[in-house]
Design a protein around this ligand. Structure first.
Ligand code: HEM
Length: 118
């Protein structure tokens, strides 16, 4: 098993997600080099982050997810080196940031809805 660390109670949903996410992150990272296209992805990533609040993802889980994705990629590339490690880590961070922003908006909207109801 390539997960060399304890992912605690989030392990099941996270592993399901890493399987899906690793595929999606590979696809998404192809366009990370192109800043314009990355810009176009921002809203989709915010929406994905909002969806993840409903799936129970917490901010700290994203750091676990990032490590798991990097570990999965490392295990898949025999020529892995420090540059690839740094570039992929940065690419995944660039995906996680808008996801967390979307999660924050989702949480703020839930508060707003509650305030309007009371
Ligand atoms: C780098 C960060 C992450 C990326 C890129 C990512 C990406 C994705 C994608 C593309 C999907 C499929 C969405 C769909 O079906 O419409 C998904 C589903 C999911 N993700 Fe993530 N995710 C990330 C982090 C997390 C974290 C931190 C958790 C929680 C611990 C999580 C839990 C889930 C769950 C529970 C699902 C639904 C799986 C299912 O349908 O069975 N994800 N994720």
């Amino acid at each position: 098993m390539w997960l060399a660390f304890d992912v605690s109670v989030t392990v099941r949903p996270l592993l399901d997600c890493v399987r899906v996410g690793a595929r999606d992150v590979s696809a998404a990272t192809l366009v990370v080099r192109n800043l314009h296209e990355m810009e176009a992805l921002q809203q989709a990533l915010r929406d994905l982050g909002a969806q993840h609040v409903r799936w129970g993802a917490r901010p700290s889980d994203y750091l676990v997810a990032r490590d798991a994705l990097v570990a999965a990629l490392r295990a898949g590339y025999p020529q892995w080196d420090a540059t690839l490690e740094a570039d992929w880590r940065q690419a995944i961070t660039d995906i996680v940031i808008p996801m967390l922003q979307g999660a924050a908006v989702e949480t703020a909207l839930a508060a707003e809805k509650l305030a309007l109801e009371s």
